[in-house]
Design a protein around this ligand. Structure first.
Ligand SMILES: [Zn+2]
Length: 424
């Protein structure tokens, strides 16, 4: 029997997909979060240089090394623009080439005789579930600049077409075909009417079977017309509160839409991945974002839809506070189908050490076992390039950590995601 390795959380976007203003905003915030006093003191200078550098790269594809990189080197921030360049260089590719680049990186470093090797385990194929993000919300990021006094127009359908073309091309062009690629459909119920939500669910999941076999049979078929996307092509649903999605809105009309979504997904056991971290593309104030993104928001949902299959992604906040993590763990213990992926977390071995210590705090072996069976490996590639240099570098931190046995790691990257993704 074939063995599968899963990366349950990644993104495949090119330059035209994200809203770059949201992107700049995220980058600005990140740059000053964990960095030192010197950077904070020079915030304005660096901000100016980084923005200028990224925009110049976007439009003219070249850098003014003399002036900008030297300036950044001088203030000790050179790695940040390099990371930004690396990320943008990835996103310059069409999506098919983007998957080929990811594959090439693993081929060069971690694949032996056509199998991904991790400790004493070997995996025949790698399943990727790129998460579509709906950037279509009507938001202004910088209301003080001329062309952003009205929201940008960005229909998600273009991202969908590019992604499915990319999967088809990857399947055609890859000499190794290590990847099986099953996207998650991004939806923000706020952007649609109740009827639209109903139609979307019917179109994309009406005949949902949830078996690995049917997804693998359909992978790569795409005519270029989005209408040929029907059931058993999307493997799940992606929700993203920082772009305005509210998991449990007070407003009655909005509530009906999410109730429809949860009812439908619970009934068919369709997996949902919801962003659950204090970082990421955001269109709102920090307070608003934290309120919508907090795992506590899911308590009310789960009281009604207790067997909903959901991945609260990123395992809580990045800032070393434990409140969100503890809430996620509490939900995992209470309910049967709650998962949490560790994407955008394992940038160095310290994360795995802390994570191991956290699990060891649970003395009850049953609880500890249950938690271990709900953790999912994810990379958050290409967004994670803001903190790492390549896909394989992120993978290697996971594959090499000694804080977890290869049996535990096999749970995180194979057994658990398989259970999350597919019906048995
Ligand atoms: Zn993500």
């Amino acid at each position: 029997m074939k063995r599968y390795f899963y990366d349950i959380h990644c993104h495949a976007m090119n330059m035209s997909h994200p809203n770059f203003l949201a992107f700049l905003k995220m980058f600005e915030e990140m740059l000053f979060k964990d960095t030192d006093k010197f950077l904070k003191r020079n915030r304005f200078l660096i901000l100016l240089a980084v923005n200028f550098l990224m925009i110049k790269f976007l439009f003219f594809k070249k850098f003014d090394y003399k002036n900008i990189t030297n300036l950044l080197k001088k203030v000790g921030a050179a790695k940040y623009p390099n990371r930004a360049k690396n990320l943008l260089a990835t996103m310059e590719n069409d999506i098919g080439s983007f998957f080929l680049l990811m594959e090439e990186c693993l081929m060069d470093n971690s694949i032996e005789n056509g199998q991904l090797v991790m400790d004493n385990k070997k995996y025949d194929k790698i399943v990727l579930t790129p998460l579509i993000m709906d950037f279509g919300s009507k938001t202004v990021y910088y209301d003080d600049i001329h062309y952003n006094n009205r929201p940008v127009n960005k229909p998600v359908v273009e991202q969908i077409i590019d992604l499915f073309n990319g999967i088809r091309n990857y399947k055609k062009l890859s000499p190794y075909k290590m990847f099986e690629i099953y996207p998650f459909m991004g939806i923000n119920t706020k952007n649609y009417s109740l009827n639209d939500v109903k139609n979307m669910l019917g179109t994309y999941f009406g005949n949902y079977k949830g078996t690995h076999q049917i997804f693998s049979k359909k992978m790569g078929y795409f005519t270029g017309n989005p209408q040929c996307i029907t059931s058993n092509i999307y493997a799940g649903v992606k929700l993203y509160p920082p772009l305005g999605f509210d998991p449990w809105p007070e407003n009655k009309r909005e509530r009906m839409k999410v109730e429809l979504l949860y009812e439908f997904c619970q009934e068919k056991q369709i997996p949902i991945t919801c962003h659950c971290s204090d970082e990421g593309f955001s269109i709102m104030s920090k307070e608003q974002m934290e309120n919508l993104t907090s795992p506590a928001k899911w308590e009310n949902v789960l009281k009604v839809y207790s067997s909903l299959k959901i991945n609260l992604a990123h395992f809580g906040k990045q800032d070393h506070s434990t409140e969100w993590q503890n809430k996620i763990l509490e939900l995992i213990i209470t309910y049967d189908n709650i998962y949490s992926d560790i994407s955008h977390r394992g940038f160095d071995d310290n994360f795995y050490m802390d994570f191991k210590n956290l699990l060891d705090n649970y003395k009850d072996e049953h609880i500890k076992k249950k938690i271990k069976e709900r953790i999912l490996f994810g990379s958050d590639f290409m967004v994670n390039l803001l903190k790492t240099d390549s896909y394989c570098e992120y993978f290697e931190v996971f594959s090499k950590t000694k804080h977890f046995s290869s049996e535990d790691k096999d749970l995180f990257c194979s057994a658990n995601p398989e259970r999350f993704l597919f019906k048995s």
